[in-house]
Every structure is written in structure tokens, then in C-alpha cells.
Design a binder for this molecule. Structure first.
Ligand code: ZN
Length: 428
């Protein structure tokens, strides 16, 4: 480890400010769904960043999924121009958090500080990362008021539900045009010594098998859609799952188990609806005429979306050819392509050098099993120079008693500050 730079030493004195900002962010419950208090958290960020010389825009993603007068999808983009021309470095954090869930021993919206950890829903995913990037940028500007280029900080909606009212919307408006922004760092909780280069793809679909309703005492007079679905599941078990397990990727996905293709069967439903709440009578006797499953197929950079689709369709078509009266309908729900930033990209090289400098060790390169907002910056924004880098342990995300370590936030703020020096001031 090299001697701490003046910027790193200054960041050590910002611990109290960093804790306070993280707590303020946690204390605004931005639960998604339904998307609560987005305006309130954007206003807090607006006041904060305008106070540090940023120009700010509050942008509502009108008409995106979930946007309504009651739950408007607000985003903030803040930009601080340097003294002369140069690259723009953009830190993007999502402002939404997932539901609280059971099992908490702490108040999920108090932001309690205990033994060097700040607890709360969103502490790790990813209000701690947002706070670290703000403190890093503010401290950098104090030390280098005449930097070149620009710094942007965005707080965006709806990452937890696909990012359509957040980064996707901003990317469609041109905010991630490579002519405007050159480097993007997403402070998702991948940990302070890891660089996340990208993520696997996803394909979500509903499969319905069809039957014919009849009296349950004479099933031969109908056609049981649940038995047809049983045949589908049996094809998945005997063919699809083993084929996926045999497919390995060069993507450095963590955890290790996700370094192959995977599929989750998200739900299954067949026959009569669940009884209405409060009804405790018996079901009537019917042969089910419909059975539906939702599949969640995660795929690798080495696979194409067309192949993924075709593999499932081929199994279903095989059943149509071999099984009497087999009828099905496949409805695609959503898809996301894999995204992988090249290790030689400038933002990767810069953060890697900064990690080595600040932490005295080489970074670990990883990829995420699930997707995050990089997909929109890559596919809609057409900006390839993007990574996730931020404090916090991924395993804690969405769990009870989620926390972020204060030391980890300070360390990653030092890495971010060092990266800003490299990109906007040049090496010292
Ligand atoms: Zn997140």
C-alpha cells in the first residue's frame, strides 16, 4: 500500500458526514413496489448536491410501469462542470429498496449505527454506495476545484423492478449518450475490492398447457391440463436442466454456482382458482382446462437469446408431436441480454489501479448472476465503459438486518476519489 494521498486523508475526516448522509437516505423509505417517497429522496439529494455546486435536474419518468400521480417515478441527475473540457465520470445509484420482509431485529428505517455498521433496508443495496460516491465527489472537488471534465451523480428509480422508470428512461432521453458521459460507475454492493464487469442475461416466459373441463369423476371425458404440464416438467428435468448444467461460462460470475445456465420455475398454477379469502368450503370436482408456469431462465454471454428461446420451444414442439392432444401457449414476459465490459476498458483499468493503490491488493473481477442497470446503459445508452463498484456485501442485499460497514464505505470512497483524480486530473 502506498502512503495515503491528501485526498485519502481528507476522506478519513469525513466519516461523520458519511454516516449522517447514509442515515438520512435510509430514513426515507423508498419501498418498491409501489415506489414510495422517490420525490422526497430526490429533493434531499437535490439540496445536498446543489450545495456543492452541482446543477440538478429532477426528471419524472412519465408513463413508465408503475408511474402514477400517487407513485410518480422521480429521478435526479446532478452535474458539476470542471474548469476545462474533459471526460465526464457518472456515478449511478438506484434510490429504491425492496420490501422489508420478516426477521428484523433492528428498525429497518432508523439507520442505526452499531459497532461500525449502519443498519437498515437499503443500507447495503445501495444507499451506502450512493452516500460513498457523493462524499468521494464532494471531497475530490474540494481538493481539485480546477479539475477537467465533469462529474455526474444520479439517483434513479425502480432498479429493483427492472429500471424502466429509472436508468432505462434516462438512457432513452440521451443521458447516457457516450458523447455526453464517458465513464459510468454503479456503486452496487459488490464489495470494495471487486470490480463487477457485467451480468448474465434473463428470459422470462409463461407457458400454459391447455385441456378440457369435465366432471372430475369421469376425467376421460375431459383433458387434464395439469398432466400435460407434468409432461413439460418431466422434459425439463430429463433434458433441459442437465443440458444447462453442462454449459459453463468464461464470465467470472459469483457465486460459483451461477457460472452455468440456470432456470427457476417461478410459479405454477392449474385448475380452479385458490378459494376466496374467508371461504372454507370444499372445491368442486373438475378436470382442469388450464395450467400455467412462469419460467425465469438466466443465460450466459456464450448463449444467444434466440437459442435460449428455441431450446424451450423445441421441447414443447416435441411434446406436441409425441403426446396426444398436447396444446400449449408460450407468452414471453421480458428479456435482458447479458452485458460484459471489457477488462481493458478505461473505467476498469482506473478502478483496478485505484483498488491496488488504496487497499494494497489486486482487485477481483466478477460478474453478477442477476441483472442490474448496466443493461440499459449498455443497450439503450450504447455506453460500454461501465462497471459496478461499491461497498457492501452482496449476500446481505434484500435480507433482514441488512447493513453496510462504515470502514468499507470510506475505503470505497477513497477508491472512487482516486479514480476521479486519474480520470479528471491525471496521475500525481
Ligand atoms: Zn441494488
Amino acid at each position: 500500500m502506498t502512503d495515503p494521498s491528501p485526498l485519502a486523508r481528507a476522506l478519513d475526516t469525513k466519516t461523520e458526514a458519511l454516516i449522517a448522509l447514509t442515515q438520512q437516505l435510509i430514513q426515507i423509505p423508498t419501498l418498491n413496489p409501489p415506489g414510495e417517497n422517490y420525490r422526497e429522496i430526490c429533493e434531499l439529494l437535490d439540496r445536498r448536491l446543489r450545495g456543492h455546486g452541482f446543477d440538478t435536474q429532477l426528471i419524472r419518468a412519465h408513463g413508465t410501469p408503475g408511474d402514477s400521480e400517487k407513485y410518480p417515478r422521480w429521478n435526479i441527475v446532478a452535474r458539476r462542470e470542471g474548469r476545462s473540457a474533459g471526460d465526464c465520470v457518472h456515478f449511478n445509484s438506484h434510490i429504491d429498496v425492496v420490501e422489508v420482509g420478516a426477521g428484523w431485529t433492528m428498525d429497518p428505517f432508523a439507520g442505526t449505527l452499531r459497532d461500525g455498521k449502519i443498519y437498515g433496508r437499503g443500507a447495503c443495496d445501495m444507499k451506502g454506495g450512493l452516500a460513498a460516491s457523493i462524499i468521494a465527489a464532494e471531497t475530490f472537488i474540494e481538493h481539485h476545484p480546477d479539475f477537467c471534465g465533469a462529474i455526474e451523480i444520479s439517483g434513479t428509480a425502480d432498479e429493483e423492478s427492472g429500471g424502466y422508470g429509472g436508468v432505462a428512461y434516462l438512457a432513452e432521453q440521451g443521458f447516457f449518450d457516450p458523447a455526453r458521459v464517458q465513464h459510468v460507475i454503479i456503486p452496487e454492493p459488490l464489495h470494495k475490492d471487486r470490480i463487477c464487469l457485467g451480468h448474465r442475461g434473463g428470459w422470462w416466459a409463461e407457458i400454459e398447457t391447455k385441456g378440457e373441463i369435465a366432471h372430475g369423476s369421469m376425467p376421460f371425458l375431459g383433458d387434464c391440463a395439469v398432466r400435460h404440464m407434468g409432461a413439460v416438467l418431466s422434459e425439463f428435468e430429463s433434458k433441459l436442466f442437465p443440458a444447462m448444467a453442462a454449459r459453463r461460462t468464461d464470465m467470472p460470475v459469483v457465486p460459483e454456482g451461477a457460472r452455468q445456465s440456470t432456470m427457476n420455475i417461478n410459479s405454477i398454477h392449474g385448475g380452479q382458482n385458490e378459494p376466496a379469502p374467508g371461504f372454507d368450503g370444499l372445491p368442486s370436482h373438475c378436470v382442469p382446462d388450464s395450467c400455467r408456469i412462469v419460467i425465469d431462465r438466466r443465460f450466459l454471454a456464450e448463449e444467444s437469446l434466440d437459442e435460449v428461446r428455441a431450446e424451450v420451444t423445441a421441447l414443447l414442439e416435441g411434446l406436441r408431436a409425441s403426446r396426444a392432444d398436447f396444446r400449449y401457449e408460450l407468452t414471453e414476459l421480458n428479456s435482458v441480454l447479458p452485458s460484459m465490459t471489457d477488462k481493458s476498458a478505461p473505467v476498469v483499468q482506473t478502478i483496478a489501479a485505484a483498488i491496488t493503490d488504496v487497499l494494497g491488493k489486486a482487485p477481483e473481477y466478477v460478474a453478477s448472476p442477476g441483472t442490474y442497470d448496466q443493461k440499459h446503459i449498455d443497450r439503450i445508452g450504447k455506453l460500454k465503459n461501465c462497471i459496478a463498484y461499491g461497498p457492501g456485501l452482496l449476500e446481505l442485499a434484500h435480507k433482514p438486518d441488512e447493513y453496510v460497514g462504515v470502514d468499507d464505505m470510506i475505503d470505497s470512497a477513497k477508491v472512487m476519489g482516486k479514480a476521479l483524480e486519474t480520470l479528471l486530473v491525471g496521475p500525481h
